[in-house]
Design a binder for this molecule. Structure first.
Ligand code: MV4
Length: 449
């Protein structure tokens, strides 16, 4: 096992990782920017080092500075959390060559999955269902036009280096095609430094279902069921649940087996998420694989009893998975609401500032993962998530009631939050029946934009 682990992140995920380290009896090293001197993760870590000024490029993304902290503190492993350097293949490579274990997959796997077009090709070769589509060759627009006609509109242009909805563009007809590709390419070039795009048949009413997988160095791969992440606004997930109300046990087994096959095809290691789109005929298609721990991992922890962060650390230390697929039982229902410091009445504008009062909900089946506290001043430089409110209950109906109860108990004064918006979702008749897809917020909830 590791001697000491550097946590290369901030906020609630840094707190979450440090908690796992404490329970494994591993000393933790926090890093922080000059804007984060009063952050909770610093208070609970065994050691903490400032890595640079407020700008993320000079602090949480500052690889030389972070590697110096690893060296000075004697950390022999780094946990990247999510965001920042979590899916940066170069960072994983620097760790590998410095003898500091990167807690995650190898830099090769990160590179492969970071190229969504290449990952897609690989999965087609392996017989995994993917959304019908093709890669665009910038030297041969005629070919693209021909393939597009054959596939039929609407189509969706995606950036190979994108993911998570960044750099996507819908094309409704052949007249729009050429311009849309040119715009998508220049946006992709500007955002990711790579103009490459591919096209897919645009699914109109998909659900976004992702499977959690665990893979060790000894060839064992298991899945921990799915999360339904269809409730999104502008590609930001807002509320997640597990298991998905849309899946039968039979479909879960089929998709789970496919997720394992995806991981095996890529020679995957550590925890990962296989993303699928599910259409209204229950056809499912692989879209991408995330090589990090995800924000919404707690809902999977609640329904399986598996601590995913501890598993990441154990796998990285070379240990064999202690659980077999047949031991994994999905128990009850978990929901997660992301509580952001944003004003839902003003287009979800971020509301940084001082939290005057912060009183957590509690009681049976309630979990809060957060990095803030009363009197904490939210810096304006980073993301606006204050807390994740997670509840568990034995069935969906009861879980919804418990979430409503916990949301109404939560007191956050001084900043606007998304709590009222969550209550609106929970009170929507379609949502209550589990009848929703990725268009839910636009279609079923009235917002100003
Ligand atoms: C799609 C799609 C429809 N058709 N692909 C958005 C996130 C990224 N991981 C994939 N995304 C989508 N890909 C095809 N071929 C619709 C979306 C999509 C979406 C997916 C999940 C959750 C919310 C979404 C909102 C808009 C579009």
């Amino acid at each position: 096992m590791f001697r000491k682990v550097l946590v290369a992140n901030r906020g609630e995920i840094a707190v979450r990782v440090i908690r796992a380290l404490k329970e494994l009896n591993i000393p933790s090293v926090a890093i922080y920017s000059e804007a984060d001197k009063d952050s909770l993760h610093i208070k609970i870590a065994d050691e903490a080092y400032c890595v640079g000024p407020v700008s993320t490029s000079q602090s949480y993304l500052n690889i030389p500075s972070i590697m110096s902290v690893a060296e000075v503190s004697g950390a022999d492993a780094v946990h990247p959390g999510y965001g920042f350097l979590a899916e940066n293949a170069y960072f994983a490579e620097v760790c590998e060559s410095s003898g500091v274990k990167f807690i995650g997959p190898s830099s090769e796997i990160i590179t492969l999955m970071g190229d969504k077009a290449r990952a897609r090709e690989m999965m087609i070769q392996a017989g995994i269902p993917v959304v019908p589509g093709f890669n665009h060759d910038p030297e041969d627009l005629d070919k693209t036009r021909e393939k597009a006609e054959k596939l039929g509109y609407p189509l969706l242009i995606k950036a190979a280096a994108g993911g998570g909805g960044k750099g996507m563009r819908i094309v409704h007809n052949s007249r729009e095609l050429e311009r849309a590709i040119e715009t998508a390419r220049s946006e992709a070039k500007a955002a990711f430094g790579n103009a490459e795009v591919y096209l897919e048949k645009y699914l109109e009413e998909p659900r976004h279902i992702e499977f959690q997988i665990l893979a060790d160095e000894h060839g064992n791969i298991v899945h921990l069921g799915e999360r339904d992440c269809s409730i999104q606004r502008r590609h930001q997930k807002i509320l997640e649940e597990a298991p998905s109300p849309a899946l039968t046990e039979e479909l879960r087994e089929k998709m789970g087996a496919t997720a394992i096959k995806v991981a095996r095809t890529a020679n995957y290691l550590n925890v990962g998420t296989v993303e699928f789109l599910l259409d209204n005929q229950n056809n499912f298609y692989f879209i991408e694989m995330n090589t990090r721990i995800q924000v919404e991992h707690p809902v999977t922890e609640m329904i399986t009893g598996v601590d995913l962060i501890k598993e990441q650390i154990r796998i990285a230390a070379g240990e064999e998975l202690s659980i077999k697929q047949e031991d994994i039982k999905i128990n009850g229902v978990a929901l997660e609401c992301r509580i952001n410091a944003e004003d839902p009445e003003r287009k979800f504008m971020p509301c940084p500032g001082k939290i005057q009062n912060f009183i957590l909900p509690g009681g049976p089946g309630v979990r809060v993962d957060s990095g803030v506290y009363s009197d904490y001043v939210i810096p304006p430089y980073y993301d606006s998530m204050l807390a994740k409110l997670i509840v568990w209950e034995e069935d969906r109906e009861k879980a919804l009631l418990r979430m409503e109860r916990a949301l109404s108990e939560f007191i956050i004064k001084g900043v606007k939050t998304t709590i009222p918006f969550h209550l609106k979702i929970l009170n929507n008749a379609y949502f209550r029946r589990g009848d929703y897809n990725t268009n839910f917020i636009n279609r079923r909830l009235k917002t100003e934009d």
